[in-house]
Design a protein around this ligand. Sequence first.
Ligand SMILES: NC(=O)c1ccc[n+]([C@@H]2O[C@H](COP(=O)([O-])OP(=O)(O)OC[C@H]3O[C@@H](n4cnc5c(N)ncnc54)[C@H](OP(=O)(O)O)[C@@H]3O)[C@@H](O)[C@H]2O)c1
Length: 258
Amino acid sequence: MKNTALITGASSGIGKELARIHAKNNGDLILVARRLNLLESLKAELENKYSIQVIIIELDLTEKDAVTNLIDSIKQKNITINYLFNNAGFGGYGDFVEREIKQDLEMIQLNVTALVELTHGIANQMIENGGGKILNTASTAGFLPGPLQATYFATKAFVVSFSQALNQELRSKKISITALCPGPVQTEFIAVAGMSKSKMFQRAKSAEYTANKGYNAMMNDKLICISEPSLNFLINYMLWMVPRRMVLKMVDRMQRIH
Ligand SMILES: NC(=O)c1ccc[n+]([C@@H]2O[C@H](COP(=O)([O-])OP(=O)(O)OC[C@H]3O[C@@H](n4cnc5c(N)ncnc54)[C@H](OP(=O)(O)O)[C@@H]3O)[C@@H](O)[C@H]2O)c1
């Protein structure tokens, strides 16, 4: 395989668009998600259109040993990963104490634990192979606490922090890590998070727009990519001036759907 990208959460939304962009750039792909039928049709679409090879892996990344087995199978097949897209993730709406704790623990398992384990395994392989690039899909949710999506916002704060620290650690080893931080994006995320009635997504960007921003930022070794200019301005120049309690009230109001 050549110029190979491993993409988690490639069956829909941002991950699917990242796969399309990489294929257009003549790169081979390893696509991971749970829904095999969607991965199969994406593989067919991309192999028909471009001279590339696509491997699909049906995998629930929250299952015990899933990531370990994924890393081992890549090693056994002697595949060199040049690009890693840690993109799979989901959110969940509601008062924390009223939510099923199982769902929030699964969210931490996917958004945080699987991402950390996969980054560790693939970054080590990249070091052996002389370098690589990693794009972690975080969120603008990673820059502020999120009442009514408390666990989700916290998982993305982890991804923003973790990605920046590793960027510094791995610079000298020719590995770049970029955190993609989108605002609302029109994907299945909205329904999965139980937020179909939320007004927040009325002006959501497309998955294609967001994936392009992230892909270009990764290629240019950027540290953070806040994919919407207006949110970039708010987060970098305004947020720090607003009292914390006011931020909490604003986020609560923005998210409330009833
Ligand atoms: N949409 C937004 O407003 C928004 C904003 C900021 C950040 N993000 C982040 O963007 C990333 C991509 O989300 P999206 O918006 O593109 O939503 P999406 O369309 O729901 O995509 C999520 C992807 O993750 C995969 N996935 C979910 N659970 C999985 C599991 N247990 N094991 C393996 N794969 C799993 C899904 O595939 P299967 O169901 O086939 O497994 C799907 O391919 C997420 O990390 C999300 O937090 C989204």
